[in-house]
Design a protein around this ligand. Structure first.
Ligand code: AMP
Length: 194
C-alpha cells in the first residue's frame, strides 16, 4: 500500500498513520517527526528547521525532500508507505510524483481528514507540550491552520482529479475515522493510481 494522509494539524494523522501502517504492514513516514529529529541533531540546518517548526512555517522544500527521499525509497522497496504530512504544497506533490515514477511505483490513495477549525484547535491545545513540540500554542496553531487552508488545501482537488482521493470526517472517534478510511479505500477504483 502506498498512501498519503492530507490533513490539517490536529486531525489525527499521527494516530491514523500508525493504524494504517500496522494494517498494511508498511512504514509510517511522518514528515514532522523526521524534521523534529533532524532539528534535534543540531547544526545550522537543525536550527533552521527548529525555527520554522516553532513559528509554524513550512520548512523549505529542498530540506523536506532531502529528509523524506531516503525514507520513501527504503519504504517503497519494502511494501509501501503511509506518508503523513508530506506533501504539503504543490511543488512537494510534484516532487513526490516524480520520485514515485523514478522508483517505478504509483501513489494509490490520498486520504483527506477534515474537521472544523475550532475542533482542531481544541485538540491541539489539549496536547500542548507533548512530544517535545513547541508549536501547539494558540497563535502558532492559528497560523498552521491558515497555512494548511492556503497551501496544502489545493492538494485536495489535485488528488481528486487523479481519482485517488478519499475524504473522511475526522470529527469522530478514532475508531470511526479508521472505519471510514477503510470503507473509502475499498471503494477506490484500482485504475485510479496517480
Ligand atoms: P506536523 O508534525 O505534521 O504537524 O509538522 C510539524 C511542523 O513540521 C510543521 O508545522 C512544519 O514546520 C514542519 N513540516 C512538516 N511536514 C512538512 C512539509 N511537508 N513541508 C514543510 N514543512 C513541514
Amino acid at each position: 500500500m502506498r498512501l498519503l494522509l492530507l490533513a490539517p494539524p490536529g486531525a489525527g494523522k499521527g494516530t491514523q498513520g500508525d493504524r494504517l501502517a500496522a494494517r498494511y504492514g508498511v512504514r509510517h513516514i511522518a514528515a514532522g517527526d523526521l524534521l523534529r529529529a533532524e532539528a534535534q541533531a543540531g547544526g545550522p540546518l537543525g536550527a533552521e528547521i527548529a525555527a520554522c517548526q516553532a513559528r509554524g512555517d513550512l520548512v523549505p522544500d529542498h530540506v523536506v525532500l532531502d529528509v523524506m527521499t531516503p525514507a520513501v525509497v527504503e519504504a517503497a522497496a519494502h511494501g509501501g508507505y503511509i506518508l503523513d504530512g508530506f506533501p504539503r504544497n504543490l511543488p512537494q506533490a510534484l516532487a513526490a510524483a516524480e520520485l514515485a515514477a523514478r522508483l517505478g511505483v504509483t501513489l494509490q490513495a490520498a486520504v483527506y481528514l477534515h474537521a472544523p477549525d475550532d475542533v482542531l484547535t481544541r485538540r491541539l491545545l489539549g496536547r500542548a507540550g507533548q512530544g517535545g513540540r513547541t508549536d501547539d500554542t494558540a497563535d502558532v496553531i492559528r497560523h498552521r491552520l491558515q497555512l494548511f487552508a492556503e497551501t496544502t488545501g489545493p492538494l485536495v482537488p489535485y488528488y481528486a482529479e487523479r481519482g485517488i482521493l478519499v475524504e473522511v470526517n475526522a470529527d469522530q472517534s478514532p475508531d470511526a475515522v479508521t472505519a471510514d478510511i477503510e470503507a473509502g479505500l475499498s471503494k477506490l477504483s484500482p485504475a485510479g493510481d496517480a
